[in-house]
Every structure is written in structure tokens, then in C-alpha cells.
Design a protein around this ligand. Structure first.
Ligand code: GTP
Ligand code: MG
Length: 197
């Protein structure tokens, strides 16, 4: 898929206020600082479409972007950020789960995980929760520029083995780097394929 247009539409804290539209929607989710906003900028070839920061907890709202006037891409706040208060964490968690439960337009989620780390409990639990709520998802490894190819392969194999402890089959898996522009075509073509189904 070629990106012809990518526009910011709206940010908000309530799923009921998300755009009232029939367009298919894809959401990017994962731990704080994993690289969700950076990946969105890389995919859309817009350096500043989504806000990026070295400090975790940058994205705090549900952000809708309209791509090629055909589908919505959604940037979400990260989960599992230790430095926000417990109360704030609860509110965050609530609106993320609300979004996934209520958003009828959502076609599929992309769960981002840092390729440098072994499988984290919070990510596996989140995937489990998506499964229980019948929400399709893919796994997107981020920051592949940080590792040598042989280490990437080894980490992916270990991750797959871990997933197969609980899942009968593997979800689609993508390897990406926002700084080296790796994985753009693969993710976009996957979205195109699903949109065409
Ligand atoms: P929150 O909105 O806080 O949940 O974070 P996020 O998941 O949106 O992460 P963000 O895109 O803001 O990136 C976090 C940090 O990781 C920034 O310092 C980015 O520059 C860096 N980063 C993101 N993607 C990559 C990547 O592919 N390679 C490298 N080397 N750094 C990356
Ligand atoms: Mg972000």
C-alpha cells in the first residue's frame, strides 16, 4: 500500500467521542516507550504525525489518523507505565479496555513489543485478554535496528515458543525499526490485504 494522505483527525479520552465513521480501524498498542508513535510516523512517512518522546507516557489520549481517506489508524497510550499514580493508571487502563471493547470499527490490533526483551508478562496477559474478547491482533517487534540479525532471529524464535505455550497458532508477526524504516511495506500490505477481504 502506498501512503497518499495521512491526516490527524482527533484526540480524546472517551471512546464514545471517537469519529463516527464506517471506516476500518487499526490500533497500535503496547508498553509505554515501546515505539508506537514512532512506528505510526514511519508507516505513514510523516515525521511528526504522532508525538514521540524519550520519556514514557507521552501519548495519553486515543488519537485517530485518517489514511488515504480509506481507513483509520489509532495511536493509544502505553500500558504498564510505572511512574503514573495508581489512580491515573486505573483511569488509563479503563479507557484502553473501553476502546477495545466498544469500538465496533476496530478490525485488528497491533501489539508492539521491544525486540530486545524476552516476553513480558504484561504483554502476554494483554494478548490473552484480546483473545478472550475475540479481538484479532498481530505482534510487531520494534527497534530491530538495536540488534544484530542473528540475535533478532534468536529472540523471535524464543518469543514464538513462548506464545505457543498458550496459543494453538501464532498471530501474524512483523519485525520493524522506525529509525531504519524496516517493516513498513509488510505492515501496510497486511492492512491492505485485510481491508480487501
Ligand atoms: P508512549 O506514547 O509514551 O506510550 O510511547 P510510544 O510507545 O509511543 O513510544 P515513542 O514512539 O514515543 O518512542 C519512545 C522512544 O523510543 C523514543 O525515544 C524513540 O525515538 C525511540 N524509538 C522508537 N522507535 C524506535 C526504533 O525503531 N529504533 C530506535 N533505535 N529507537 C526507537
Ligand atoms: Mg506514543
Amino acid at each position: 500500500m502506498k501512503i497518499k494522505t495521512a491526516e490527524f483527525i482527533i484526540s480524546n479520552a472517551k471512546v464514545d467521542k471517537c469519529p463516527d465513521s464506517k471506516l476500518p480501524e487499526y490500533a497500535f498498542i503496547g508498553r509505554s516507550n515501546v515505539g508506537k508513535s514512532s512506528l505510526i510516523n514511519m508507516l505513514t512517512e510523516h515525521k511528526k504525525l504522532a508525538m514521540v518522546s524519550g520519556k514514557p507516557g507521552k501519548t495519553r489520549l486515543i488519537n485517530h489518523f485518517l489514511i488515504n481517506k480509506e481507513w483509520h489508524l489509532v495511536d493509544l497510550p502505553g500500558y504498564g507505565y510505572a511512574r503514573v499514580s495508581k489512580k491515573e493508571k486505573k483511569v488509563f487502563q479503563q479507557f484502553i479496555t473501553d476502546y477495545f471493547k466498544k469500538r465496533k470499527q476496530l478490525v485488528s490490533a497491533f501489539v508492539l513489543v521491544d525486540i530486545r526483551h524476552e516476553a513480558q508478562k504484561i504483554d502476554l496477559e494483554f494478548m490473552q485478554w484480546l483473545g478472550e474478547n475475540a479481538i484479532p491482533f498481530s505482534v510487531v517487534f520494534t527497534k530491530a535496528d538495536k540488534l544484530k540479525p542473528n540475535v533478532i532471529d534468536k529472540n523471535i524464535e524464543a518469543y514464538k515458543a513462548n506464545l505457543l505455550n498458550t496459543w494453538e497458532s501464532l498471530p501474524p508477526i512483523f519485525v520493524t525499526s522506525s529509525s531504519k524504516k524496516i517493516g513498513q511495506e509488510e505492515v501496510l500490505n497486511y492492512i491492505q490485504e485485510v481491508n480487501n477481504q
